[in-house]
Design a protein around this ligand. Sequence first.
Ligand SMILES: Cc1cc2nc3c(=O)[nH]c(=O)nc-3n(C[C@H](O)[C@H](O)[C@H](O)COP(=O)(O)OP(=O)(O)OC[C@H]3O[C@@H](n4cnc5c(N)ncnc54)[C@H](O)[C@@H]3O)c2cc1C
Length: 416
Amino acid sequence: MTLQADHQVTVIGAGIVGICCALELSRAGYTVRVLDRAGPAEGASLGNAGVISPWSCVPQSLPGQWKHIPRWTLNPDGPVALRWRYLPHLLPWIARFLASASWSRIDRIADALFALNDDAPDLYRALVRGTGGENLIRESSYIHVFRDPRQADPASLQWRMRLARGVPLTFVTGNEVREIEPTLSGEYQAAVLIQSQARCINPGRLGKVLAQTAQKQGVVFETTEVKELIRGSDDLWQIRTADRAIRSSQLVLAGGAWSARLLAPLGIHVPLESERGYHTVFTNPGVTLNNSILDGDRKFAVSSMEVGLRCAGTAEFAGLDALPDYQRAKVIGRLAKRMLPELNTSEVSEWMGSRPATPDSLPCIGSAPGQKGLFVAFGHGHLGLTQAPMTALMMTAMISGTPCPIEPKPYRLNRF
Ligand SMILES: Cc1cc2nc3c(=O)[nH]c(=O)nc-3n(C[C@H](O)[C@H](O)[C@H](O)COP(=O)(O)OP(=O)(O)OC[C@H]3O[C@@H](n4cnc5c(N)ncnc54)[C@H](O)[C@@H]3O)c2cc1C
């Protein structure tokens, strides 16, 4: 059977978001092609912390948080790093980031995050069923550990926001933390256990397994760099690559942190930043964790994975094209040794990836106004692994004109 032109969709970007979109669209009967300059799950989706977090509903920007930013930025071991030469480019984004911390907005943002994350563990279990990758998704708690017990106070804003939404939390103090994770340092005096979560023990392999599943369903993956998107007079899109032009009636732009570059020539300007994160993997760690652990002071996450013990974090703002600064990964490695004193640090690998960050912590999911056939699915920031399956269901509903599984308004592209 030859499918109509409007049953063809080209997805730009083979990160976890693009892969999940391709998979769902092909299940819905579309002929799907995915274009990426690298292979599947080679961008931010390769090296993340693997936390699948249905309960992560607290926005990145919160009231009063600006007071911590100078301290975080000036401390070389702190969780935020800035290349000062990049600051003039970043200022408009920072202004929007701070504005999104108003009391009137944070609850709406939290509800929208919650809706997008809520079903993530079950959606992943369904996606990997029958693929051979079932063991990649593990049941887990997400344990936030603190040196200062006051930070695990249920009355503080981040816990209040979760409790208000029914998140299953347990607050523990003193040595109870080590009863759950015995290898944790005695420095930690309190913890908050966020239960009923999941963790992925190899996010890169998860992306590749799902891409293979999509391929078996007929999705074609091509390695090529997209240079420009041009709307043809025949209502078809022309996707200009290094060596040819590909025509497609419908496009899904899922290019992660690079997405805004393809939209700008169309007159669509999105405040999307590359929030660079790093990981250090200890490939022969000698310790095992049963859950994902977040150091609540230093803001890095640690998890036992197929490849070793992965410690991931840092928010570095240096632009999309700056070379990695692996000092950031080394800082995380040092902090991890303090977190887990028995950790064997002899064998390490390091990585940097760009989180696609919007100033209001919400992704852009939906049609591009005034650009028929162009849809976007990018900007998932710290939670793209978690949010990819629901994004894909939304995208498929929008393209096929069926009811969206959740209210799409908070994620629309023209909200900025
Ligand atoms: C250190 C770190 C830890 C994290 N931990 C977690 C976590 O625990 N849980 C969680 O839910 N999320 C986490 N995240 C966030 C998550 O990894 C990202 O939000 C997610 O991977 C984004 O997926 P994506 O598909 O949008 O982007 P990407 O994975 O970056 O994919 C985008 C793809 O688009 C391609 N592309 C872009 N432009 C073009 C072009 N012009 N032509 C061809 N190809 C193009 C790129 O090559 C790339 O492969 C973490 C991120 C980092 C950096």
